[in-house]
Design a protein around this ligand. Sequence first.
Ligand code: PHE
Length: 352
Amino acid sequence: MLENLTEIEKAALEALGAVRDEAALEAWRVAFLGRSSPLMQVFAGLGGLSKEERPVVGQRANEVKKALEARLAAKSEELRAAALKRSLEEERLDVTLPGRHLPRGRLHPDTQMLRELYRVFGEMGFQVYRSREVESDEYNFQLLNFPVGHPARDMQDTYFVDADGKDADNPTVLRTHTSPGQIHAMREYSARDPQNPPPVRIILPGMVYRYEQTDARHEMQFDQLEGLAVGPGITFSNLKGTLTDMARRLFGPQARTRFRASFFPFTEPSAEFDIECFLCGGKGCAVCGGGWLEIGGSGMVHPVVLRNGGYDPKRYTGFAFGFGIQRIAMLKYHISDIRLFWQNDLRFLEQF
Ligand code: PHE
């Protein structure tokens, strides 16, 4: 019996030496420590032994069982450690590899420019007023003091919607400038309190349309930013101060502005305003020519326009201005062709 146990132990330890993985280890456990293993048979047969033999064999069988269980635990631990080591080597994660590039969206240069202008005018107390792009001739021209047939209309030839001659004296147009928004805004404001209309201080951004021969400086559609301030005692120096402040906030404290007498039917007096070229400091360069950059039009709101908006020109005065957003963006980012803005070419857009 005792030799038998020694044989069992020897065979088990030999077999264990060949075990390489968890499955083989489990098979080994069943074969040598399982219910029907030779060792367990010895325990089962203890009852049939003599009184003298029983404790001796029983003790030895227990020793063998303990020894095999200890080897099983040790082997199991060994296999686990080996598997971990292998997986660490084989499935190595190189955290120093550069990650995959995720393209990020960005704002269109036009939108960036607009938002910067919102900030600049927001700091001066102007609110954004949105106005429609499809207008009537009445709002786009007539209420702004361009009567039918007025020669100043030639500056802003536009797209008329052919309504079968139904509205021949007031056709539908794509707005040529943001100025019709002045009338919409003043009428809305003055309707709140017709006897005592509240003051207005707004900017009106948006797309405008003109029938243009397109080239590097002309597009059929572009964005304008209009400004309008109406109230008692508003003067031309308020206009100059506002636009000069805008130039300084956009281009730095040394920026200078220049006003040149001009004509618009809806302002009187009218002025074009220029900003001293911030690229050459006013010396004159390829971009500006003579040292000044032409930005847009401006002036004191014409009494007829004030009245059309519901404001009594005897009690109220106001100033207005309007300029192209792309114009400023082109100067700021050195963009040489205005047509690039709406071509949706990523090579252009990704530069901003
Ligand atoms: N609406 C004019 C244009 O587009 C610009 C302008 C706006 C001039 C407001 C004076 C006052 O040319």
